[in-house]
Design a protein around this ligand. Structure first.
Ligand SMILES: *[C@@H]1O[C@H](CO)[C@@H](O)[C@H](O)[C@H]1NC(C)=O
Ligand SMILES: *[C@@H]1O[C@H](CO)[C@@H](O)[C@H](O)[C@H]1NC(C)=O
Ligand SMILES: *[C@@H]1O[C@H](CO)[C@@H](O)[C@H](O)[C@H]1NC(C)=O
Ligand SMILES: *[C@@H]1O[C@H](CO)[C@@H](O)[C@H](O)[C@H]1NC(C)=O
Ligand SMILES: *[C@@H]1O[C@H](CO)[C@@H](O)[C@H](O)[C@H]1NC(C)=O
Ligand SMILES: *[C@@H]1O[C@H](CO)[C@@H](O)[C@H](O)[C@H]1NC(C)=O
Ligand SMILES: [Ca+2]
Length: 830
C-alpha cells in the first residue's frame, strides 16, 4: 500500500516494536477548562448576567439564567446599602463558574483532590471582600466550614485564596498570557498546532480504513489489511462477528511493509436503501497478482454482516509488481464510485514507453470513475457519459484523472456546514518516489504529472519539458526529511471542534508526522502547519491522551464528521498493534447540546465486545520522575521538529474518577446550625479592624435571643420580628423585613411549622402556637401585607425560604395578620 520507501524501511520497522511517538512537551500553562472537565465554548446566545463571559467561557444562556436567579435569591437578604456594598462581589464570585478558567479557579483540574465550593480569590481582592461583606460567605456555600471564619480575616482569606497568583480571581482576567488568543487553537512557539487524542479502538492488525454507513446508526466499520472488517457501535463496542471476513481470498503477508492486502471498503452512499458494499483488495488468480474491486450485499438476516456468498467482481487489474497497489475507493457527491489505482509498482513507473501513469490505455496510475447503480442485470458497472476520455481513441473510458503514482487515502470535503464552501472537493495524498510527497485536489480529466513530475519537481526530464504535459500541480508537497510516505486525510467538518473547521489534516506513515493545510479563501493558497500533541497540561481532560503510534496508516470520519486516524506500532498485517484515535482540540468545543445526535437503533446479533482503552489517560499520569528530554537546538534550515521516540511497554489503563460538579440550580435548604440570628452580611465601614469585628458576633447563644441592632442598613431580607402591644418578647404579630421595609404576614395556610421558622429566627427553640385572625394585633394602615399563602416545612431559615405567594401579592386584609407564640420548652405555659 505504501511507496517504495516502505521496502527500504523494513529493517527499521522490525526493530521498532512498541514505538510511540512522544512529542516534546512545550512550556506554557494556559489551559482553559470548565467545571465539567471539558474545554470552554462560545455561547450560542449572548449571556445576559455574566456578560464578561459572553464570547467565550463555560456557560450557556440557561446556566447564566440560573446563576442570575441564585444571585437575586441571595440579594434578597440585602437592602439597598447591602446590595451596593456586596452585590458586585457576589456577582463576580458566582460568575466565575462561567470563566474559561473555571477549573483552575475551583481547583477542579486534579480529579484526585476535592473541588472548591467557591472560586479561588487573589489575596487583595479577598481582603477587600472580607472588609466589606464578610458575613456573606455562609450565603454562598453549603457547608459548615464558614462557621467561625467569617470573623477572622486571615482564616477567611486562607479559605478563599487561590495560591497561584496568576490564576486567582481577578488576576486571571488581566494575565496577558492566559487571555491571548483565548479560544483559538493552541500552537507552540514554533507554530505547531497542539491537539490531543482519544483512543477509540485498539488491538487492530494494520487498520487500513474506517468508514460509516451514513444511515443514522452512527456505526463505524474498521478494515484490517488481512481481510477483516469489524462493526463498531457509536459507543465504541465492537460486534464479535466480522462485517466481512475475506481473509481466505486476500493476498497479503505478515511481512511489515507488504502493500498488498485488503485495502479499502466503501458503502453505497444511499446505504439505507441500497444495501451494498464495495471492496478493494489484492488477490492471486492463477499465480497472477491482481487487485480486485467487488461488490457485496448486506446479509438479509443481519444488518451488521455482509452476505459472504454475494460477491460480484466489478473489475480486476493485473499488478505487474507487488507494490503501488493504490487502494482507495470512495463515492463522490455525484453518486459515482471513484477508484484510485497505483502505477503498478517498481521504481519510477518503468512500464511501456513512458510508464503507466501517463498511458491512458491502462488502468494503472489512474483515478477511475464508474457508475454502479442499476447494475443488478447485465454489466456490473457502466461508464458515466461525461467521463473525460470516453471519446478518446485508445483511452480507457473509466479514466477520470491520470498521472498518479500511488494515491493513498483520498476524501471528499463535506463543505462548510453554514456556507457549503468547499463541498465536494476531492483530496488525495500521492506517495512520492525519492524526494517529495504531495497532496492533490482531484479534477476531472486532470493529469497529476507522474512520472514526468514528482511533487513540483521534474522526475523524468524529457516528459517534464514536453509542452503537452499540461499537468495539475499539487496543493502541497513536502520533502523526504519531513516524511517519506504521505497518508491523505480529511478536511475537518465535524461539529465538536469549531476551531478545526476547514483544516485539512493528514499525516506521514514513515515519520509519524501529523500535518495540516489551511486554504486562504482570497488567494486559494494553502498554508502548512504541523500538528503536535499538546502537553500533559493542555490535554488533561477526561479520556484524552497525547501520544500515538507513529505508523499513520489511514484517516477516517464518523457519521457526524468527527475526525480519526488509524495508526500502528508494528506495521505488520498480523500484529495487533493498531489503534484508532479521535482527534480532539482542547482549546474550544462546541456549545453544550449543539452536537447531540440520537443514533438509529441497531439490531445486534452476536456479542458486543466493550472497548477498553490501553493508553494511559493524561489525567491519570503520575508526575514524571525522569526529566523531559530537551529538544536539540533547532536546525534553521528545516521545519523539522525533533521527536523523542521512546520504548515503552503497553500501559495498564487506570480508571478515571470524575466527580460531580456542584450545581447550584436551586437554593438549597440551609443547614440547621445557621438558624440563629446573624448579624448583617455586609460591613459598611471598610476601616473596621479585625479586632473589633471578632468581638461582635462571637456568642451565638443557643436558644438565647440575640439583641439585634436596628441600625439602618443592617437588617437583612427575611428577618422577622414579633410585634405586641405590651412588648412581650415571646409572642406577637409576625412581621418580616423584605427589600428595606417591614410588613405583616397573612394567616392563610400558616401552620405551626411556619411558626417554628419564625420562633427559631427569634432565638426560641420551639413554637407554641399560631395566632390567626390578628389575634395578637393587626398592622397599621401604612404597613404592607408582604407575605401570603406561606407554607413551611419547619426547617427553613426564614419565611422567604418557604413556599409563598409572590412578595407583596395577597388577597388578605390586616384582619388576617398572623401572630405566633414562641417558647423555650415544648409545653411552655402561655
Ligand atoms: C461540620 O459538619 C461535619 C459533619 O456534618 C462535622 O463533622 C464537623 O465537625 C462540622 N464542623 C463544624 C466546624 O461545625
Ligand atoms: C453500547 O451500545 C450498545 C447498543 O448500541 C449497547 O447494547 C451496549 O450495552 C453499549 N455498551 C456500553 C458499554 O455502554
Ligand atoms: C474467517 O474466515 C476464515 C476462512 O474462511 C476462517 O478460518 C476464520 O475462522 C474466519 N474468522 C472469523 C472470525 O470468523
Ligand atoms: C499503454 O498501455 C497499453 C496497455 O498496457 C500497452 O499495450 C501500450 O503499449 C502502452 N503504450 C505505451 C506507449 O507504452
Ligand atoms: C510530447 O507528448 C506528446 C503527447 O504525449 C507526444 O505525442 C510527443 O511525442 C511528446 N514529445 C516529446 C518530444 O517527447
Ligand atoms: C386567597 O386566594 C387563595 C388562592 O390564591 C384562596 O385559596 C383563598 O381562599 C383566598 N382567600 C380569600 C379570603 O379570598
Ligand atoms: Ca503529481
Amino acid at each position: 500500500m505504501r511507496g517504495m520507501t516502505v521496502w527500504r524501511a523494513h529493517c527499521f520497522l522490525s526493530q521498532s516494536l512498541f514505538l510511540v511517538v512522544l512529542l516534546i512537551p512545550q512550556q506554557g500553562n494556559a489551559h482553559p477548562q470548565c467545571l465539567d472537565y471539558k474545554p470552554p465554548f462560545q455561547p450560542p446566545e449572548p449571556l445576559l448576567f455574566c456578560k464578561e463571559y459572553a464570547k467565550f467561557g463555560c456557560c450557556d444562556l440557561d446556566r447564566d439564567n440560573q446563576i442570575s436567579q441564585r444571585f437575586y435569591q441571595i440579594m434578597d437578604y440585602f437592602d439597598h446599602t447591602g446590595f451596593m456594598a456586596c452585590g458586585k462581589y457576589i456577582r463576580s464570585i458566582l460568575c466565575q463558574e462561567c470563566s474559561p478558567y473555571a477549573a483552575h479557579l475551583y481547583d477542579a483540574e486534579d480529579a484526585n483532590t476535592p473541588m472548591r465550593e467557591l472560586p479561588g480569590l487573589c489575596g487583595n481582592y479577598c481582603n477587600d471582600f472580607w472588609l466589606h461583606c464578610r458575613y456573606t460567605l455562609s450565603l454562598l456555600i453549603n457547608n459548615n466550614e464558614t462557621y467561625g471564619i467569617e470573623e477572622d480575616q486571615s482564616k477567611f482569606c486562607k479559605y478563599l485564596e487561590l495560591k497561584d497568583p496568576e490564576y486567582c480571581y481577578p488576576n486571571v482576567l488581566s494575565n496577558d498570557d492566559l487571555n491571548a488568543n483565548l479560544g483559538d487553537v493552541k500552537a507552540d512557539p514554533q507554530g505547531c498546532i497542539q491537539l490531543c487524542l482519544e483512543e477509540v479502538a485498539n488491538g487492530l492488525r494494520n487498520p487500513v480504513a474506517m468508514v460509516h454507513a451514513n444511515d443514522g446508526t452512527h456505526r463505524f466499520f474498521v478494515a484490517e489489511q488481512l481481510g477483516y472488517v469489524w462493526t463498531y457501535m457509536p459507543n465504541g463496542s465492537r460486534i464479535d462477528r466480522p462485517f466481512l471476513n475475506l481473509t481466505r481470498a486476500v493476498l497479503t503477508s505478515p511481512w511489515a511493509g507488504d502493500e498488498r492486502g485488503f485495502l479499502c471498503l466503501a458503502l453505497h452512499p444511499r446505504f439505507t436503501k441500497v444495501k451494498k458494499a464495495y471492496v478493494y483488495y489484492s488477490v492471486s488468480v492463477k499465480k497472477q497478482e491482481k487487485i480486485r474491486i467487488s461488490e457485496f450485499l448486506v446479509s438479509d438476516s443481519d444488518m451488521n454482516m455482509l452476505d459472504h456468498s454475494s460477491e460480484r467482481t466489478l473489475l480486476e487489474v493485473d499488478e505487474p509488481a507487488s507494490n503501488h497497489n493504490g487502494g482507495q475507493l470512495l463515492f463522490g457527491l455525484d453518486g459515482y464510485l471513484y477508484i484510485f489505482i497505483g502505477d503498478g509498482g517498481k521504481a519510477g513507473d518503468p512500464f511501456g514507453k513512458f510508464g503507466n501513469s501517463q498511458n491512458k490505455s491502462t488502468l494503472l496510475g489512474k483515478v477511475l470513475r464508474i457508475d454502479v447503480d442499476n447494475n443488478d442485470y447485465g454489466a456490473p458497472y457502466s461508464i458515466p457519459s461525461d467521463n473525460p476520455f470516453v471519446g478518446e481513441f485508445d483511452a480507457r473510458p473509466e479514466v477520470y484523472a491520470y498521472g498518479v503514482r500511488n494515491m493513498w487515502r483520498c476524501s471528499i470535503d463535506r463543505g462548510d456546514s453554514v456556507s457549503g464552501q468547499g463541498r465536494g472537493r476531492m483530496f488525495c495524498g500521492d506517495v512520492g518516489q525519492n524526494k517529495y510527497e504531495e497532496v492533490d485536489l482531484i479534477e476531472k480529466g486532470g493529469n497529476y504529472g507522474w512520472r514526468a513530475k514528482e511533487g513540483f519537481s521534474c522526475y523524468d526530464r524529457k516528459l517534464c519539458f514536453n509542452s503537452s504535459l499540461n499537468d495539475i500541480l499539487p496543493i502541497f508537497a513536502y520533502p523526504h526529511k519531513i516524511g517519506k510516505s504521505v497518508t491523505g486525510g480529511y478536511i475537518y467538518r465535524g461539529c465538536q471542534m469549531p476551531n478545526l473547521n476547514g483544516l485539512y489534516i493528514f499525516g506521514d506513515f514513515m515519520s509519524g508526522r501529523l500535518m495540516s493545510l489551511k486554504e486562504n479563501p482570497e488567494t486559494g493558497k494553502w498554508s502548512y502547519k504541523e500538528i503536535c500533541m499538546g502537553t500533559d497540561k493542555t490535554c488533561s481532560f477526561p479520556k484524552l491522551i497525547n501520544s500515538y503510534y507513529k505508523y499513520i496508516i489511514s484517516f477516517g470520519e464518523d457519521e457526524a464528521g468527527e475526525l480519526y486516524f488509524l495508526a500502528t506500532g508494528v506495521a505488520s498485517a498480523s500484529a495487533r498493534a493498531g489503534v484508532v484515535y479521535k482527534i480532539v482540540d482542547p482549546s474550544r468545543r462546541a456549545p453544550p447540546g449543539k452536537c447531540n445526535f440520537k443514533p438509529t437503533p441497531v439490531n445486534i446479533k452476536g456479542k458486543l465486545i466493550h472497548f477498553s482503552p490501553k493508553e494511559e489517560y493524561v489525567i491519570n499520569k503520575k508526575p514524571s520522575t525522569t526529566p523531559i528530554p530537551k529538544p536539540k537546538p533547532t536546525k534553521p534550515s528545516t521545519t523539522l521538529r525533533p521527536r523523542v521516540p521512546q520504548m515503552t511497554t503497553r500501559r495498564v489503563p487506570l480508571a478515571t474518577t470524575i466527580r460531580p460538579r456542584p450545581l447550584y440550580t436551586t437554593m438549597r435548604p440551609r443547614p440547621p446550625f445557621l438558624t440563629t440570628p446573624r448579624p448583617a452580611y455586609w460591613t459598611t465601614a471598610p476601616k473596621t479592624t479585625a479586632k473589633t469585628q471578632t468581638g461582635r458576633p462571637g456568642k451565638r447563644g443557643r436558644g438565647k435571643p440575640r439583641r439585634k441592632g436596628e441600625r439602618r442598613g443592617r437588617s437583612r431580607a427575611g428577618r422577622a420580628r414579633l410585634v405586641s402591644a405590651d412588648g412581650q418578647k415571646d409572642r406577637g404579630r409576625v412581621e418580616i423585613f423584605v427589600r428595606g421595609e417591614w410588613g405583616t404576614v397573612c394567616d392563610d395556610m400558616f401552620t405551626i411549622q411556619a411558626a417554628e421558622v419564625v420562633c427559631r429566627q427569634m432565638g426560641f427553640p420551639v413554637a407554641v402556637r399560631v395566632a390567626k385572625r390578628a389575634e395578637l394585633g393587626a398592622g397599621d394602615v401604612g404597613v404592607r401585607i408582604l407575605l401570603d399563602d406561606v407554607e413551611c416545612e419547619g426547617t427553613e431559615r426564614t419565611l422567604l425560604h418557604c413556599k409563598h405567594a409572590k412578595l407583596g401579592k395577597n388577597n388578605c386584609s390586616h384582619d388576617e395578620d398572623v401572630g405566633v407564640v414562641c417558647g423555650h420548652y415544648e409545653h411552655a405555659v402561655e
